[in-house]
Design a protein around this ligand. Structure first.
Ligand SMILES: [Zn+2]
Length: 484
């Protein structure tokens, strides 16, 4: 088994198991053998096949992204940044997903682009929530990422025939078929020869599934010892739909079904009962999440674009909620999401201490690993997986190097990530992805987006074009345009 020794590393973000937190180790060594870390400490005196001089570098654990839709979201670059529907309490989710559809054969190019972006920002573990499409398993396997595939299923889907109302079209038989297919795929992934692929049981949205299938699918995840994930409390529209049906918040409803607890990951549990956007009369949701040790995939980016924030990260953490970070949409840059999570917590709470850089880094590593029920990920410790990233401390954005994580999260982000290893295999070298074709996939993505946009008038209930739904940032000049 090949052994790699990082010697005399300027800074290592090492795991202190007794204190259950990351600490800085200065001038230390890190060794991995095969897929596993075998030494973190001072002055390793063993032998290794490869010795790497750690001068000018900081080693961090590979980041753990517990909520993303890598295949579909990049097709919305240029479309979703300013898009927001006031009649839906600002979320653009329902309008976008009702009016736009991506042909399944093109989704693999979106995934390839997103996986590259994620690897280049130091992500090594990824929860990929999608309706299965042709080529998915192949692109996951090629990527080199540690994948937690979440093949989705729903017993109803969204439908719009006017601006202010979201309707639901029931198709329980389809939901059941897709649930069975998802379990079959998950079981096959667990047996994949790479050892890097596994599955998560994923009814997609709380409002789009019957209580029976939520309970059954939760049990199927428990049987397999794997996590279960679901979108819940992600919009006021959803919150109100659940109140209309059940007279209670989505979180209270899930608690009543007995599906909260360890191994449950909710995206995004943001519009909870006492969030200021909701104005509901109870104040129990955050406590229910914390007491049950439910995990929340906090994905600040799509929500902050709508003007919505979690209220707030520090309060959830103090209540005992297992907090992890997800990118959800583009840009798939988990370091920027950690930064947004810290800053928005301070904005929402009017308190500069509501979430520290250390808190959000913990969420983006160990928090995510805990959500995934994996104590061998998100940390640099003996026995953990050799999933790690090299931060280039000589990058001008990292200098002066007084506090590497502060520099990485608040100044440099992905620009200082130089090399990435998953399972002891190098997947990024000198800021280039070794496993995938980033440029080629981006070109196909552009083609796929044009095809997607051309179908919008036929799908939108009002027959609008994509440009009418989401105008460009600037008008195209009639004065300086090409001569007719
Ligand atoms: Zn999502």
């Amino acid at each position: 088994m090949a052994t790699t020794h990082f010697s005399n590393v300027d800074w290592i973000v090492a795991w202190d198991d007794a204190r259950r937190r990351h600490v800085y180790l200065r001038g230390g060594d890190l060794v991995f053998s095969g897929a596993e870390i075998t030494f973190v400490g001072m002055a390793f005196d063993g032998t290794a096949d490869t010795v790497i001089d750690g001068t000018g570098m900081c080693l961090i654990p590979g980041l753990v992204n517990i909520h993303a839709h890598p295949a579909s979201e990049p097709f919305f670059r240029g479309i979703r940044e300013d898009h927001s529907v006031r009649e839906h309490y600002m979320t653009g989710l329902y309008e976008c997903l009702c009016a736009y559809a991506i042909e399944p054969e093109w989704l693999k190019f979106g995934a390839e682009v997103s996986y590259c972006d994620l690897l280049l920002s130091g992500v090594t573990s990824l929860v990929d929530i999608t309706f299965p499409y042709p080529g998915w398993v192949d692109v996951m396997a090629r990527s080199g990422l540690r994948m937690f595939a979440a093949p989705g299923f729903n017993t109803s889907r969204w439908h719009r025939d006017k601006h202010h109302e979201l309707k639901f079209i029931e198709d329980e038989a389809k939901g059941r078929r897709d649930f069975a297919a998802a379990l079959k795929l998950i079981d096959a992934l667990q047996a994949h020869p790479s050892g890097r692929l596994s599955g998560i049981v994923s009814p997609v949205q709380v409002e789009n599934n019957t209580p029976e299938i939520l309970v059954e699918s939760r049990a199927a995840a428990r049987e397999r010892g794997i996590p279960w994930t679901l979108h819940a409390s992600q919009s006021v529209v959803e919150f109100n739909a659940m109140v209309r049906r059940h007279g209670m918040s989505p979180i209270q409803y899930l608690d009543g079904l007995g599906v909260l607890g360890k191994g449950t990951i909710l995206g995004h549990a943001m519009l909870v009962d006492d969030n200021s956007w909701v104005h509901w009369h109870t104040k129990t949701d955050v406590k229910l999440l914390g007491d049950s040790q439910t995990a929340v995939a906090h994905c600040p980016t799509p929500f902050m674009r709508y003007g919505t924030v979690m209220e707030h990260f520090g309060r959830y953490r103090e209540a005992g909620v297992v907090l992890g970070i997800g990118t959800d949409t583009f840009p798939h840059n988990l370091i920027e999401d950690m930064r947004s999570a810290a800053i928005l917590a301070r904005v929402a709470s009017h308190d500069g201490h509501a979430a520290s850089t250390s808190d959000v880094f913990h969420a983006g590593t160990v928090g995510g690993a805990t959500a995934l029920m994996r104590d061998d990920l998100g940390r640099l410790a003996v026995g953990a997986k050799a999933d790690l990233a090299v931060v280039d401390l000589t990058h001008p954005l990292m200098m002066p190097v007084r506090d590497p994580l502060a520099g990485l999260i608040h100044s440099a982000a992905d620009r200082a990530i130089r090399d990435v290893y998953v399972d002891g295999q190098q997947v990024v070298k000198d800021a280039m992805v070794l496993t995938l074709d980033r440029q080629g996939a981006a070109e196909r993505l552009a083609e796929g987006q044009a095809r997607m946009e051309s179908g919008v008038p036929g799908r939108d209930f009002a027959g609008r074009s994509s440009l009418e739904i989401s105008p460009l940032t600037l008008d195209v000049s009639q004065i300086h345009g090409p001569a007719e």
